[in-house]
Every structure is written in C-alpha cells, then in structure tokens.
Design a protein. Structure first.
Length: 195
C-alpha cells in the first residue's frame, strides 16, 4: 500500500491562491493538511486572513456548502464598481430589518451585493450623519469590497478604497458640482409649489 501525498490542488483551489470566504472575506490558502478525525482521514484547507490575523481550517468537502469561492472575475469587479455609481436604494422598512438584509449581503461573499451595501450606506460630507450601526455596516462592506478589489487588481487596500470612493462620487447626489444646481432646482420647484 503506497502512501499518497496530498496534492496541493483540490476542487480547483491551490495553495498560495487568494480566495473569498463569505463570512470572513479575502484569505489566502497557505496549505492543505491531512488530519485524522475519529479514525477518518480528512483533508483541510488552511486559510490565513492577514488583516484579521486569523487562520481557518476548512474541510475540503465543505468548501461548497460554506460558499468559498475564487476571487471575482474582472467583469464582476466592473459590475460592482458600476453598481456604486447607481442611486442608493433604501427600503422604507425598520432599520433592524434593513440591517439584517445588509448583514446578509455582506456575509454572502457576493461582490455585487456587497457593493450595493456600500452604495446604499455611503454618506458624503454634505449628507447627514450616520448612526453607529449604519457606520459599522458601511465600514464592514467597504472593507470586504476593498480587500477583494486589492487582491484582484493587485492594489493596496488604500488604493482600492480610493477607487471605490471615486466611483461612489460619480453617482447621483454625491456632492459633485451638479448637486448645487440640483438643490437650487429643487428649491425653486418648492417655492413655485408654495405660491
């Protein structure tokens, strides 16, 4: 009986590669280990999350059920950046329900869904303050998105955040020079309606 060496490639994933783990964001597969648990041999991906200074061991058969995936393709990244330029869509439901929906989108690992949270919770200097929980969700989504963009486009996280913010500022009512004109037009309309 020969001892088979564990390959460094499993289900399309290989050591040294960056991946997205939905509930933790971008990590890097540092190795593939074999452990014996209750008499069974189990292969595990060892994933290191640099920013969180955390290492996770995920059984190879579980990667599909936990939603682990490769980094997004450039077309998905482009779609996520385009999403940032759209109009914020804020439902008229209680904050607790919206917060749950935002949290679910962040933990889905879907880059476009995360970009929707960034877009919807973004506040420019000209806009009103956010609550603490809104700010926390916004920063969590921004961090997840920035880490994936940085890994895909080989940028620093700071450069990725700047790219995200540049795209946010291209959206409607974001503090650009067109906003002053829009605000004036709205004031004029209000004055006319009052007359």
């Amino acid at each position: 009986m020969s001892i088979k060496k564990p390959s460094n490639l499993r289900q399309g994933f290989k050591t040294g590669e960056h991946i997205v783990y939905p509930s933790h964001g971008v990590g890097r597969i540092t190795s593939i280990e074999e452990q014996e648990v209750a008499g069974f041999k189990l292969e595990l991906f060892v994933i290191h999350f640099e920013k969180d200074k955390m290492t996770l061991r995920v059984p190879v058969p579980k990667i599909v059920s936990v939603g682990m995936r490769k980094l997004s393709e450039p077309t998905i990244v482009k779609k996520a950046l385009e999403t940032l330029k759209g109009r914020a869509r804020v439902k008229r439901t209680m904050w607790s329900r919206r917060a749950q929906e935002y949290e679910a989108k962040i933990n889905s690992g879907d880059l476009v869904a995360i970009s929707e949270v960034v877009r919807d919770l973004y506040r420019s200097e000209a806009q009103p303050e956010q609550s603490y929980s809104e700010r926390q969700l916004y920063e969590a989504a921004l961090d997840r998105m920035a880490r994936e963009l940085a890994a895909v486009d080989n940028l620093t996280e700071t450069e990725a955040i700047k790219l995200i913010e540049q795209n946010l500022l291209k959206g409607p009512k974001r503090g650009g020079k067109g906003d002053a004109e829009e605000a004036e037009a709205e004031e004029t309309e209000t004055e006319e309606e009052a007359a």
